[in-house]
Design a protein around this ligand. Structure first.
Ligand SMILES: Cc1ncc(COP(=O)(O)O)c(C=O)c1O
Length: 392
């Protein structure tokens, strides 16, 4: 065969454009250059030693078989308690399902509710994979352009202004990638209530839950009068620092659990067993105390980066409140953020992510900076970029 056939939906899937930057950064490093990485969307900290010990023990005990598709009952129960203790949310374990990363949770939920042609509202910019998931299911993405005027987030006015027939689900993330901004709980609940009247779902991505600064960590699930159209995904990747363990979870209405169970049985059988034993350990109080120290480290990094950016006179149109990202408005510097990112890499030796990875709206005018490195390296990065910009 001259070329091997692939499906139209697969062929249309977009890559992460930042991979080009990452590839070039790696090549520069191989040639002996010192590159500061601000493009990577994962904590630089490794997972906690106590997780490794627990997983070793599980391995030694031969706990290497499949778990039930919904996950280890003990872990589902522990997550239910975690919601009660830290978020004052009553979430019975029967509504919780472990998934291989929240990536699978997102796919599973969308597979459970979308018919071909159904519309899904999301923001531009937003986490890029969501658009791909919708396309793979032959759904239709309804993009709502957002900028600094709404904190780069959806709110109930914007939702209603962009409302159209056929929307089955609205996807939001709080805190969000790439902007680190939060949607206030009252606003989320208003959106859920509006959508309930339209017989549509609100899917809230709480993957950066816990990584918030100068404000309490929250979950929409804590609201007492929440309609039953709210779906939540979460993960052990970010706050818990376990990206490579590929473990997340979802919370869905009881009525959807049998179908999610059935879909999970067919799509992945179960989330990784050893990762689930690691997660049981990471939810213990001593581990959570260590994660709180890491959150404080992220807060210091955030402050260091924002201070350095402010002193350099860069445009930061909104103050990020969570995650580990700053969405830098470079409209005063370029109409081509992708080229600027490449120039910054080659001349300032700092790797950053162009806005193009997160959508189209004002993407040419934004760059995402991830503060997943030390305050010293962050300040150094801003200095290097400033020195380079002065030479242009
Ligand atoms: C907003 C958001 N949602 C979901 C994910 C998926 O993460 P994971 O599959 O590691 O849980 C990411 C990863 O970066 C993300 O930024």
């Amino acid at each position: 065969m001259s070329h091997l056939p692939v499906s139209k939906t697969a062929a249309a899937v977009q890559p992460f454009h930042v991979m080009k930057i990452l590839g070039e950064a790696k090549a520069l490093e191989a040639a002996g250059q010192d590159i500061i990485h601000l493009e990577i969307g994962e904590p630089d900290f490794p997972s906690l030693p106590c997780v490794h010990e627990a997983v070793n023990q599980a391995m030694q005990a031969g706990l290497t078989h499949y778990t039930p598709t919904l996950g280890l009952p003990a872990l589902r129960q522990k997550l239910a308690e975690f919601y009660g203790q830290f978020y004052h949310a009553q979430v019975p374990m029967e509504r919780i399902m472990l998934t291989p990363g929240s990536s699978s949770g997102l796919q599973l939920l969308l597979t459970a509710i979308l018919n071909p042609g159904d519309k899904v509202m999301l923001t531009d910019p937003s986490y890029p994979c969501n658009r791909q998931f919708v396309n793979l299911l032959h759904g239709q993405v309804i993009s709502v352009p957002v900028d600094a005027s709404s904190q780069y987030q959806l709110n109930s006015d914007l939702l209603q202004a962009h409302w159209q027939e056929g929307i089955k689900v609205v996807m939001v993330a709080s805190p969000a990638n790439p902007t680190g901004t939060v949607i206030e709980q009252t606003e989320l609940v208003k959106m859920a209530q509006f959508l309930a009247k339209q017989n549509a779902y609100l899917l809230v991505d709480e993957i950066y839950q816990g990584l918030v600064y100068q404000r309490p960590a929250e979950s929409i699930l804590a609201h007492p009068n929440l309609p039953d159209n709210v779906l939540v995904i979460n993960s052990f990747s970010k706050f818990f620092g376990m990206t490579g363990w590929r473990l997340g979870w979802l919370v869905a209405p009881l009525a959807l659990m049998p179908i999610l169970d059935r879909l999970g049985q067919n799509l992945f059988l179960a989330a990784p067993t050893l990762s689930q034993y690691g997660a049981l350990r990471v939810l213990e109080p001593d581990a959570l105390a260590q994660l709180e120290e890491r959150r404080q480290a992220f807060e210091m990094r955030r402050n260091a980066l924002l201070n350095a950016m402010q002193q350099a006179g860069w445009q930061v149109s909104v103050q990020p409140q969570g995650a580990f990202y700053v969405y830098w408005d470079v409209s005063n510097l370029t109409d081509n953020a992708e080229q600027l990112a490449l120039d910054i890499l080659h001349h300032a030796k700092v790797a950053v992510t162009p806005g193009k990875d997160f959508g189209e709206f004002k993407a040419k005018h934004h760059i995402r900076l991830a503060y997943t490195t030390s305050p010293e390296r962050l300040t150094e990065a801003v200095k290097r970029i400033t020195d380079y910009l002065a030479t242009r």
